[in-house]
Design a protein around this ligand. Structure first.
Ligand SMILES: [Zn+2]
Length: 177
């Protein structure tokens, strides 16, 4: 039972604290899947909840979860990236307020969107998904790739514990032979 009308009235949703959710096939998100492998029947599960706080500020809480098929840029095999994103958007009435940085001290900066009687929820969901796609998608460890040479890019500092001979000592030993 997905929600069939993907447009919301941000005034109503926040005032009433309503929540809606849906499951949308990824292939429906044209901007997202452009250049990506076939997503098959994978869906995005999303929910959107409105909130109005004691100060009258209005927020939307968006949650999106999906398994996106991406192409690994190292081994070129497709793999599924599990995305689980959530964000809080403040709904403002005037375009001028979109860039207003005068938030409360110590509060996390929030993204702002313009209030609308007809906000496209799926566009919001799609934006959230797009933000979650890595610039260069890669397996953590490619399945069939040969083991990469030990590069010490990870900043692994050589352990110079008592049990380990210093490199100089080893060199010295080599010279003797
Ligand atoms: Zn790979």
């Amino acid at each position: 039972m997905g929600v069939s009308a993907p447009y919301i009235d941000t005034y109503e949703l926040t005032r009433l604290g309503q929540r809606l959710e849906g499951h949308t096939p990824l292939r429906q998100f044209a901007r997202l899947v452009e250049g990506l492998p076939d997503q098959g029947d994978a869906q995005a599960d999303w929910s959107l909840r409105g909130e109005q706080d004691a100060l009258g500020r209005r927020f939307l809480h968006l949650q999106v979860a999906a398994g996106l098929v991406l192409e690994c840029q190292r081994c070129l095999a497709p793999f599924v990236l599990r995305l689980d994103a959530s964000s809080r958007l403040e709904v403002v009435s005037k375009a001028a307020d979109l860039d207003d940085e005068s938030g409360d001290e110590g509060e996390e900066p929030v993204e702002r969107i313009l209030a609308s009687r007809r906000l496209d929820v799926l566009a919001l969901v799609e934006d959230e998904l797009i933000l979650g796609v890595p610039y260069v998608p890669k397996h953590d460890v490619c399945p069939d790739a040969p083991r990469p040479p030990d590069d010490v890019a990870g900043g692994a500092e050589a352990e110079s514990g008592p049990g380990k001979p210093s490199p100089f000592a080893v060199l010295g030993g080599l010279k003797k032979n």
